[in-house]
Design a protein around this ligand. Structure first.
Ligand code: SF4
Ligand code: SF4
Ligand code: SF4
Length: 187
């Protein structure tokens, strides 16, 4: 970022979260000389925080797009002129992720903690216990070689179990999901 670097990501990265990460960088770096950059990037960052924390509303994506063009047009130097690019690019290629954060309160890759519920697919779980050992809040229970289970009241949505399980047994659902986890696999 800012030095011609390249970042390689896979499908376990949240694109809304990545846009937020880059906006945090540019709001920190803005010298404050021109209002579109100084204030506009801050407003965009607030909006992205809302999206990743479950306060996203219909129309937020359009507001982000409008703000982006205003900032690009009204900024004096390259920092402000390029600051909205990560937002515009992620909206262009991953608009569905933005919509899912807003409409379904669901971060499908399980990065935005307030927009996820984790489950274990009991049909696939081998009972190896790796997730149970790795879970920082001791939210997983189960006997050896039998399907394990997550106690939702204890889970802190850290995604460690998802990253640990070699059998792809972890299902990621929307915030406070109370339905059948198996139904999520069809979405
Ligand atoms: S666009 Fe450049 S000059 Fe204007 S506030 Fe941002 S960093 Fe400063
Ligand atoms: S790591 Fe995966 S397979 Fe092993 S117990 Fe946990 S969910 Fe089951
Ligand atoms: S998301 Fe984190 S806290 Fe929740 S069950 Fe998985 S490892 Fe434990």
């Amino acid at each position: 970022m800012g030095s011609g670097g390249m970042v390689v990501m896979d499908n376990t990265n949240c694109m809304v979260g990545m846009a937020k990460f880059f906006l945090e960088f540019t709001t920190d770096e803005s010298c404050g000389k021109c209002p579109p950059c100084r204030l506009g990037t801050k407003i965009m960052l607030d909006k992205l925080n809302d999206l990743t924390e479950g306060r996203g509303k219909e129309g937020d994506v359009e507001i982000l797009e409008e703000l982006s063009y205003d900032i690009i047009e009204g900024s004096l130097c390259g920092l402000g002129q390029s600051a909205p690019n990560p937002v515009l690019t992620t909206i262009k290629y991953f608009r569905d992720e933005y919509e899912s954060h807003i409409k379904d309160k669901w971060c499908k890759v399980g990065v935005c903690r307030r927009l996820t519920t984790f489950f274990i697919n009991e049909e696939v779980c081998t009972g190896c216990g790796a997730c149970m050992r790795a879970c920082p809040s001791k939210a997983i229970i189960g006997e050896k070689k039998k399907p394990h289970r997550i106690i939702q009241e204890v889970c802190i949505q850290c995604r460690t179990c998802y990253d640990t399980c070699r059998f792809k047994s972890i299902i990621i659902g929307p915030a406070d999901y109370k339905g059948d986890p198996m139904a999520l696999l069809k979405e």
